[in-house]
Design a protein around this ligand. Sequence first.
Ligand code: ATP
Ligand code: MG
Ligand code: MG
Ligand code: MG
Length: 476
Amino acid sequence: RRLTGAELREEFLRFFEKKGHTIVPSSSLVPHNDPTLLFTNAGMVQFKDVFLGLDQRPYKRATTAQKCVRAGGKHNDLETVGRTARHHTFFEMLGNFSFGDYFKREAITFAWEFLTGVLELPRERLWVTIYQDDDEAYNLWLELTDIPADRIVRMGEKDNFWAMGDTGPCGPCSEILIDRGEEFRCQAPECGIGKCDCDRWLELWNLVFMQYNRDAEGNLTPLPRPSIDTGMGLERVASVLQGVNSNFDTDLIRPLIEAVENLSGKSYHAGEEGFPFRVIADHARACTFLVADGVLPGNEGRGYVLRRILRRAVRFGKVLGIESAFLYKLVPVVVSILGGAYPEIEEKQEYIQKVIRLEEERFRETLHEGMKVVAEIIEKVKKEGRNEISGREAFVLYDTYGFPLDLAEDIAEENGLTVDREGFAEAMEEQRRRARAAREDAKAWQGAVSYAHLLGEVGPTEFVGYDRFESAAKVL
Ligand code: ATP
Ligand code: MG
Ligand code: MG
Ligand code: MG
């Protein structure tokens, strides 16, 4: 079936509503009350306490279309964006959840029915992975669906044991992938599930059999009741249904690429050349949604991730020859695509544009100079026969020109170079030490200054002991 992104989102929620699930709105990208997590990176995040038995809801089955960002922490796809056809910093995750209600049997049945029955995906191209020891899942797939045994693949912990973060609910999982066909085959000697990481084997849906809670020491304890958490990338399924080669060619993102074409006067091509277009389109979505959820560009934590994403988009704009602030102009395009599903971006559109424009203009003040300095550094590095930009050089770019490390790395990579990350971290630490020492000096100096001032005003005093001070304190 051919569906728009918006139709697909709707079909999914309605399907699970019919199966007794309550449609719950997406939660904020900033996790509520959870300092362990940078951003909401999956549909289950808003239900974490429900899985742990710490929170109760009036429903036992829920379904959501959840805003997610994977640009930091355990799940970080920032560097992958634009290189694969399937990764974004911001994306929507469709999910169905059971809180101690149904388990593997129903989760598998529902997923298969939705993909092959509702969406009519070609079943002969679907593959399933399971966690290596999960014979229960293996048998259920054979019993409940018509998938042949040779398209069920056993996988290890890295791929088939899901965890939100280093701590929290987790469990073995079973994933559904689609073979996009020979023409997507990669260069790896053995292109296949678990053998390479190319776009041919497109992972669509992850069914997590939530069974454990992992504590800070890494111990697994069983959850009060086994539960289900699933996540399916909306943009990926849309790409399959719309018969396009990449998420970036779906109706959810393509208009943004077209807007970048208009702003730059250049035309988009799939492949390496189109990389800056894809990055900008992706980052425009992330910036819009992060600002809408209250994140502001800053120097640490969430604010710094936003700043990095935003500045990266701006730099790629420059690569495309866009010479004035442009990123904020993409906000209305994001709103026109997603404002229906997420009214907050429509309501705050003006504010979002202001925040993005301000940060972009601020960065532009040093961007031009910074680019010249990078060019000089690169020339020097090459002349000296090095293949790495030193930590100190990258730090100057950071400290004086506001270039986050990954920006320097992007530029280095374009020139066949790398950046000494450790050296950068050391330079940063040294700077902190110096700043701290300077602060202490300043304090001591300020103290000395005010004492000298006092001395001049009242003249030397005679120490008369603590008794008078104490009695004065009593009066006060
Ligand atoms: P991949 O192996 O492709 O990186 P994943 O295993 O990291 O995906 P999960 O954590 O299982 O992804 O998330 C559930 C689903 O969310 C995935 O099956 C996929 O459809 C979607 N998804 C995950 N990461 C992204 C991303 N960065 N951009 C778009 N969709 C994503
Ligand atoms: Mg991933
Ligand atoms: Mg995966
Ligand atoms: Mg997965």
